[in-house]
Each structure stands twice: as structure tokens, then as C-alpha cells.
Design a protein around this ligand. Structure first.
Ligand code: C2E
Ligand code: CA
Ligand code: CA
Ligand code: CA
Length: 283
């Protein structure tokens, strides 16, 4: 039959709409992307707010498609999550980030932690920690040089399971950062329970974007409060999406420790990042 329901089309249906076709194409491509070696990391430095030294990096996935060019994660991670392909992709993510970091250390570059992003949906899976252990063993990377970024929303959902996963990660010795902080309706009491389990808070770009001397919409106040809260809980803070000198200066005055954003560098390919790391700091 051509149609099984009102809005259900099969792939050979002549009435298939463009969007369905695109999604289908995307999914087919995604299934082969790993074996065709089409994924690539771009690395963005995390910079000390005071010395401008590079003290970390975030590995951000790109899909290097032969026809479409560089596809950004926002355009394929959701589909990867829906189809379950994310599990395979994240195996690649864990292994590649560890292997690259180890290779840079072996080449004599400064040793820094590199962060990977893990999907909220899969975060509580049992084999998450196992896969991380495997990647660390295979690459011989010291666990303290791997940082796992998880989003605030993934942590809010099932606290008990999340805490047990976080404790496993702590046991292994990898670091954990809470990404997009401030967007997930978290309360102070909830954050308290993650004390000692989360090493770093990343203040979401939506607050940083609105930082300015006039502080018309309280973004300054909120940012300052998040920084003080993190310090109180002995967590480090990264400001994400810093683009201007004015934002940087405001963050320095609040004693924010780490800066990530276009002001210093966009995410860059591995060879370019190695050059930045070799220099060690920004002017
Ligand atoms: P995110 O983890 O919040 O990453 C930060 C995003 O902001 C990156 O976009 C980065 O390029 C961008 N960005 C950094 N500095 C600035 C700035 O100063 N201004 C502006 N306007 N943007 C800035 P990107 O690389 O497109 O990644 C988007 C999202 O995709 C990430 O958000 C993350 O949630 C997800 N993602 C990336 N890599 C992976 C991965 O390996 N696995 C999973 N599950 N998700 C990933
Ligand atoms: Ca992130
Ligand atoms: Ca983020
Ligand atoms: Ca964000």
C-alpha cells in the first residue's frame, strides 16, 4: 500500500514531501559517515581570564560531507539521537578526543584537559563509564585530561541515576562540566547536591551575550551571581560565547576564571589548534 495512515508516507511515495526526503537522505548519509571517516573535531580553546593562557579545549564535532560541506552538529545530532546512531558516534567522540590529546602530549605540547559533549538522552546509560574507561585505556590518556560536558537538562531529569553515573566518572578520575548553565530552571538546592561531583559550571552564552556596562536586563547580575555560587560550591566557572572586550572585562571584574568564545578563537581544525597550543597563550 502507498499509505498506511493519513500522514505516513513510504519512501517511494510520489507525494513524499521535501522535508521527509531530506531527513531520509540525512539518515542514510549519517549511517555511513563513521565508516567513511567523515566526522572531524574542531577545537575551541578555553582561556585563563587573567593570563590568557590556553588551559583547556572543547572538541566540537563536524560532519565533513563530500557534497554538503561541513555540517554542524545542530543539523545532525538530533537525528542521530532519534535513530540511536548517537551511540556509535559517541564511541568515536570519546576515542578520538582521547587519542588526539595523547598524540599532542606525546608531541610535547602543553598537557590540557579536552572536553567532549555527551548527549543528554544517553547520559545515564550503564556503558557510558565503561566506554570512557575503554577509550582511556586504549589511548593511555591520563583520565584527568578528559572532561565530560553534560547539559543541565540531562542532569535535572533522573537525579538518582545521574548521581550514580557522576560518581562512576569521579572514580575513574575524569572531570565533569555542567554545560549551558542557567537555562534549565535549576535551583540552588539542586546544585548543592552536585557539590564535589561537578567540577565546572559553564555559563550559557545567552547571559554572556547580553553583558554590557548598562546592565539593562540583569544579565550582569545573573552572571555575577552564578560565578559567586560556583565559587561557593568550589566549582570552576567558564563563560561561554565571549565575543567582545567589554564582555571579557566585565567577566574579569567578577573573577570569572575561564573564557571561551570567538573573542579569542572560533573552533578550529586540529592542526590549527595544535599551533595555538604550541604558542600556549593569547596576547
Ligand atoms: P555547546 O556544547 O554549547 O557548544 C558551544 C557552541 O557555541 C559551539 O557550536 C561553538 O562553536 C559555539 N560558540 C563558541 N563560542 C562562540 C561565540 O563566541 N559566539 C557564538 N555565537 N557561538 C560560539 P557548535 O560547534 O555548532 O555546536 C553546537 C552544539 O552541538 C554544542 O553546543 C553541543 O551541544 C552539540 N555538540 C557538538 N559536538 C558534539 C558532540 O560531539 N556530541 C554531542 N552529543 N553534541 C555535540
Ligand atoms: Ca559544550
Ligand atoms: Ca554550551
Ligand atoms: Ca548554549
Amino acid at each position: 500500500s502507498k499509505e498506511s495512515g493519513k500522514n505516513t508516507y513510504y519512501i517511494y511515495s510520489p507525494s513524499m514531501n521535501i522535508q521527509t526526503y531530506k531527513t531520509f537522505n540525512l539518515e542514510m548519509g549519517l549511517r555511513h559517515a563513521l565508516e567513511l571517516n567523515q566526522f572531524e573535531f574542531y577545537y575551541q580553546p578555553k582561556v585563563c581570564a587573567h593570563t590568557f593562557q590556553i588551559i583547556g579545549a572543547e572538541a566540537l564535532i563536524r560532519w565533513n560531507h563530500p557534497d554538503w560541506g561541513l555540517v554542524s552538529p545542530g543539523d545532525f545530532i538530533p537525528l542521530a539521537e532519534e535513530t540511536g546512531l548517537i551511540t556509535e558516534i559517541e564511541r568515536w567522540v570519546k576515542f578520538t578526543a582521547c587519542a588526539q590529546n595523547k598524540a599532542w602530549q606525546r608531541a610535547g605540547l602543553p598537557a590540557i584537559p579536552i572536553s567532549i559533549n555527551l548527549s543528554a538522552i544517553r547520559f545515564m546509560e550503564n556503558n557510558l563509564a565503561d566506554n570512557i574507561i575503554k577509550a582511556l585505556e586504549e589511548t593511555k590518556l591520563d583520565p584527568k585530561y578528559l572532561d565530560v560536558e553534560i547539559t543541565e537538562t540531562s542532569v535535572l531529569e533522573n537525579e538518582k541515576a545521574v548521581i550514580s553515573t557522576l560518581d562512576k566518572l569521579k572514580n575513574i578520575g575524569v572531570r565533569v562540566s555542567l554545560d549551558d548553565f542557567g537555562t534549565g530552571y535549576s535551583s540552588l538546592s539542586y546544585l548543592k547536591r552536585f557539590k564535589g561531583r561537578i567540577d565546572t559550571l559553564k555559563i550559557d552564552r545567552s547571559f554572556i551575550k547580553d553583558l554590557n556596562r548598562e546592565d539593562a536586563d540583569n544579565s550582569n547580575f545573573i552572571t555575577k551571581t552564578i560565578i559567586e555560587l560556583a565559587q561557593h560550591l568550589q566549582m570552576k566557572v567558564v563563560a561561554e560565547g565571549v565575543e567582545t572586550q567589554e564582555q571579557l572585562q566585565i567577566l574579569q571584574s567578577y573573577n570569572c576564571e575561564m573564557i571561551q568564545g570567538y573573542y579569542f578563537s572560533k573552533p578550529v581544525p586540529a592542526d590549527k589548534f595544535a599551533q595555538l597550543l604550541q604558542k600556549g597563550k593569547f596576547e
